[in-house]
Design a protein around this ligand. Structure first.
Ligand code: ADP
Ligand code: MG
Length: 679
C-alpha cells in the first residue's frame, strides 16, 4: 500500500502527458489516489418498453437510426443534434445537445442506445446519454465526481494501473473482519466498484466501502480519545465531598436531576486518575454555568488551579461576576483576564498566577497568551467551545501537566453525531430545564401581517421590555446580509421614532459591537436589529421578544439558538418567525418550533431534514468527507464499526496484532495529516 502512495501516476505504463494533467486537475496524483477513486453512485440502465414507458420519466431504449442526423449550431460552441430512431416500428425523435463529436460516427441504420427524458405526446426523447451500439450487459455504470476526465479514458488507465500494481495492493481490513461480515476482498472490490456487471456486485461494494470508512473513522476517534485520556496520578483530585454538598445545598435553587447527574459524572472524572475530556451539552438556559462552578470549586478544594475561557469579553465578565458572587462566602481567589485588562493589573495577575495565588482565572482568548503561566493547572473549562479552534483549546490545555478538560456547548447534538463528531470525548447532556421556566411562545406569521407585528413590538416596548430583530441570512453574502439589516433598521427607526433602535452587524469592529451590546444591555436601546453574523451571545434578561425575518432561510437548530436569546427572566417571552414560505414542507419545519422547545429534539429533526454537513455548517463539522458512508442513514453500520473499533483499541491489539498493522498505519498517517489541517 505504501508503495502505491509513493508511486506517482506518471509511472503507469502508457499514460499520456495529457492524461496525467487531467488526473492531477482532479487531485489524483498517486497510484493510490487513482485506484481508490471510487464512484459516488451508480447509474442503472434497463431497456424499457416504449409503449408502457411513463411520460416525463427517464428511460433507456435501443433503436435503429432512421434519418440522417442533423446538427444545428447556435451561439459559440453550442450545437443541437436531431434524428429519428425506430423502436419496434415506432418512430421516436431524439434530441441531444453538444454532441458535435458524433458528427462522423453516428450514421443511418446503426443501432443505438439512448437514455433520456421521454415525452409521450411529442414522441420524443431528450437524450443525455447516447451510445453507438445496442445495450448489452453493461447495464450498470459507475458515476464519478471528477470534472476534467473522460470516463472511458479514466477506466482505461485505471485498468492499466490495476494490472501493473496488483501485487502491491493489500487490504487494510483483516481477514477475520471480512469473514465475520462477509465483505468482499480488495481485488473484488476493485473490479466490482469500477466494472460491475450486476446489482449484487454494486451492493457488495457499497457494503464494504461504508464499513471500511466508518471503521477507520471510529478507530481514529477512539485512538484520540484514548490518547487524550492519559492515566496520571496528577489527575486525581482529592476534594472533600462534604464541602461540595454543602455548597450545593447553599445554592439559591435546587439543581435539576440532569444537573445532578452531569455533576456526578464530572466529579467522578475529577477524582479518577484518567484525564477528563468531556463535553457538557445543554440548551441555552439549562444551567451549565452552575455545574461548571461546582467543578471549579472541587478543583480548588483539591489544591489545583483552574481556568474558564469564554469567547467574548462580555461573557467572560458575566462568568467572572457570577463566580465572585457564588463563591463570595468561600474566600476563593478569582481573577479576570481579557484584552482590556490594564497592563498593570495584568502583570499582577500573571505573577500571582505563577505563584499559585490565584485559584480561578476567568477570561477570553487572552488566557492562551504565552506569558500566562499557572502554578498547578488542574482543570480547564471552555464555554461555547465551538467558538474556539482545536489548537486554541490545546494551547490552553498544554498550560498544565495533564489537566482535566470540560467543554460547554449550547448546541445540542444528536446522539449519532455526538458519537462521531465528538467521538474523542465523553458527552454529558442536560436535557431538562430548571422548573418554572415559562415556555417561549412561538408563532409563524407571514409578512403581510407586519402591521400587527409592529403593533405588538410597540406593546412590548411599552411594558419596558426589549426586542431583537434578526434579519435574513443570505448564504455566502455578507454584503446582502448587511443591506437587509440596514433596510430593516431604517424602516424601524422611522416607525419607532419614539424609541431607540440599534444596529449590529458583522462589518462592525469588535469595540463598536460591544458598545451597541452594552447599550442594549442597559436598556438604552429598546429594539436591536442584527444580522446573525453577530452571535448575540449575551444574557439580556429584559429582552422578551425575538423576531426572525425570513425564518425559512435558517436551520432549525439555528432558529432555536436565536430563540434562546429571550425567555431568560420571569416575564413571558415570544418568538415570531416571519416567513412567506412557499410549501407545506417549509411550513412543517417552522411549525415544529412552535411545538417543541427541546434543543435535542430540534437537533434530531434538523439532522434528519438537512443532513450532517449542514448541521454544523461546513467549517465546524470536523467530520471527514465519506465517499459512500453517511453517518445519519448508516448509523447501524456506524454502531457496528464503533464497537469493532472499540474492541481493537481497548484490547491494545491495534499496536500488537499484525492483523491490524495496515489499520494502525492508516490511523497514524491520518493523525499527522489532521494536525496539519487543524486551524
Ligand atoms: P446556560 O446553560 O445557558 O449557560 P446558565 O448557566 O446561564 O445557562 O443558567 C441560566 C439561568 O438559570 C441562570 O440565571 C441560572 O442561575 C439559572 N439556573 C440554573 N440552574 C437552575 C436551577 N436548577 N433552578 C433554577 N434556576 C437555575
Ligand atoms: Mg452559558
Amino acid at each position: 500500500m505504501d508503495k502505491l502512495k509513493k508511486e506517482t501516476i506518471n509511472q503507469i505504463k502508457g499514460i499520456s502527458k495529457k492524461m496525467i494533467e487531467n488526473l492531477n486537475n482532479d487531485e489524483i496524483f498517486t497510484v493510490y489516489d487513482l485506484l481508490y477513486y471510487f464512484p459516488y453512485r451508480y447509474e442503472f440502465y434497463e431497456v424499457v418498453n416504449i409503449n408502457t414507458a411513463l411520460d416525463n420519466e427517464k428511460v433507456t431504449v435501443v433503436g435503429q437510426v432512421m434519418t440522417e442526423p442533423v446538427f444545428y449550431y447556435y451561439k459559440k460552441n453550442h450545437s443541437r443534434l436531431t434524428f429519428s430512431i425506430s423502436i419496434n416500428n415506432q418512430i421516436i425523435k431524439i434530441i441531444a445537445f453538444n454532441r458535435d463529436f458524433l458528427r462522423n460516427k453516428l450514421q443511418k441504420e446503426m443501432f443505438v442506445t439512448i437514455t433520456g427524458k421521454f415525452e409521450r405526446n411529442k414522441a420524443q426523447i431528450t437524450a443525455h446519454e447516447l451510445k453507438l451500439k445496442p445495450l448489452e450487459n453493461d447495464r450498470i455504470e459507475p458515476v464519478y465526481s471528477f470534472k476534467n476526465l473522460n470516463k472511458t479514458y479514466f477506466l482505461n488507465i485505471l485498468k492499466k494501473a490495476y494490472f501493473q500494481y496488483q501485487t502491491f495492493l493489500n487490504d487494510d481490513l483483516p481477514l477475520s473482519i471480512k469473514q465475520q461480515y462477509r465483505l468482499i476482498s480488495i481485488n473484488d472490490l476493485f473490479m466490482f466498484a469500477h466494472f460491475p456487471v450486476n446489482n449484487e456486485q454494486v451492493k457488495q461494494v457499497v457494503r464494504r466501502v461504508k464499513y471500511e470508512e466508518l471503521l477507520k473513522f471510529q478507530l481514529k476517534m477512539l485512538y484520540l480519545k484514548n490518547r487524550d485520556h492519559k492515566e496520571n496520578n496528577v489527575c486525581i483530585k482529592n476534594f472533600n465531598k462534604k464541602l461540595i454538598s454543602n455548597f450545593i445545598v447553599k445554592l439559591p435553587f435546587q439543581l435539576t436531576n440532569d444537573q445532578m447527574d452531569v455533576t456526578g459524572q464530572i466529579l467522578k472524572d475529577l477524582r479518577s486518575p484518567f484525564q477528563m475530556n468531556r463535553l457538557l451539552q445543554g440548551d441555552v438556559g439549562s444551567g451549565k454555568t452552575v455545574v461548571a462552578a461546582i467543578a471549579l470549586y472541587a478543583c480548588k478544594l483539591s489544591n489545583n488551579q483552574s481556568c474558564l475561557m469564554a469567547p467574548t469579553e462580555i461573557l467572560a465578565e458575566q462568568h467572572f461576576f457570577y463566580l465572585k458572587e457564588t463563591f463570595n462566602y468561600l474566600n476563593l481567589k478569582i481573577e479576570l483576564l481579557t484584552s482590556s485588562t490594564t497592563s498593570k493589573s495584568r502583570n499582577k495577575i500573571l505573577s500571582n498566577l505563577v505563584k499559585g495565588e490565584v485559584d480561578i482565572l476567568v477570561g477570553t482568548h487572552a488566557l492562551i497568551s504565552v506569558d500566562v503561566n499557572f502554578n498547578k493547572l488542574g482543570l480547564i473549562i471552555v464555554d461555547e467551545q465551538h467558538r474556539f479552534g482545536v489548537n486554541q483549546r490545546k494551547i490552553l490545555k498544554d498550560k498544565g501537566e495533564t489537566p482535566d478538560s470540560l467543554f460547554l456547548s449550547a448546541t445540542p447534538i444528536p446522539r449519532t453525531l455526538a458519537l462521531t463528531a465528538f467521538g474523542d470525548m465523553d458527552v454529558s447532556s442536560i436535557k431538562e430545564m430548571p422548573k418554572g421556566r415559562k415556555l417561549i411562545k412561538t408563532y409563524v406569521i407571514r409578512t403581510k401581517l407586519e402591521k400587527r407585528l409592529l403593533k405588538f413590538i410597540d406593546e412590548i416596548v411599552q411594558l419596558n421590555q426589549q426586542v431583537y430583530v434578526v434579519t435574513p441570512l443570505i448564504e455566502e453574502s455578507e454584503k446582502i446580509d448587511l443591506q437587509n439589516a440596514l433596510e430593516v433598521y431604517e424602516k424601524y427607526k422611522n416607525h419607532f421614532s419614539r424609541y431607540k433602535v440599534g444596529l449590529l452587524h458583522g462589518k462592525m469592529t469588535k469595540n463598536e459591537k460591544e458598545a451597541v451590546m452594552n447599550e442594549f444591555q442597559n436598556n438604552e436601546l429598546q429594539i436591536l436589529i442584527s444580522t446573525t453574523v453577530v452571535e448575540v451571545g449575551v444574557n439580556v434578561l429584559n429582552a422578551t421578544l425575538m423576531i426572525i425575518i425570513d425564518a425559512h432561510r435558517f436551520g432549525l437548530a439555528q432558529l432555536h439558538q436565536l430563540r434562546g436569546r429571550v425567555g431568560r427572566s420571569n416575564y413571558q417571552s415570544y418568538c415570531i418567525l416571519v416567513s412567506d414560505y412557499e410549501n407545506d414542507k417549509t411550513m412543517e419545519r417552522l411549525e415544529l418550533l412552535t411545538k417543541t422547545y427541546s434543543g435535542f429534539e430540534i437537533a434530531e429533526a434538523d439532522l434528519r431534514l438537512r443532513g450532517p454537513g449542514d448541521f454544523f455548517g461546513s467549517r465546524q463539522s470536523g467530520l471527514p468527507k465519506f465517499k459512500m458512508a453517511d453517518i445519519v442513514n448508516d448509523y447501524h453500520i456506524l454502531d457496528v464499526a464503533r464497537n469493532d473499533a472499540h474492541m481493537i483499541i481497548s484490547s491494545g491489539e491495534l499496536f500488537t496484532n499484525p492483523l491490524y498493522f495496515a489499520l494502525r498505519i492508516y490511523v497514524e498517517t491520518e493523525l499527522v495529516k489532521n494536525n496539519e489541517l487543524f486551524d
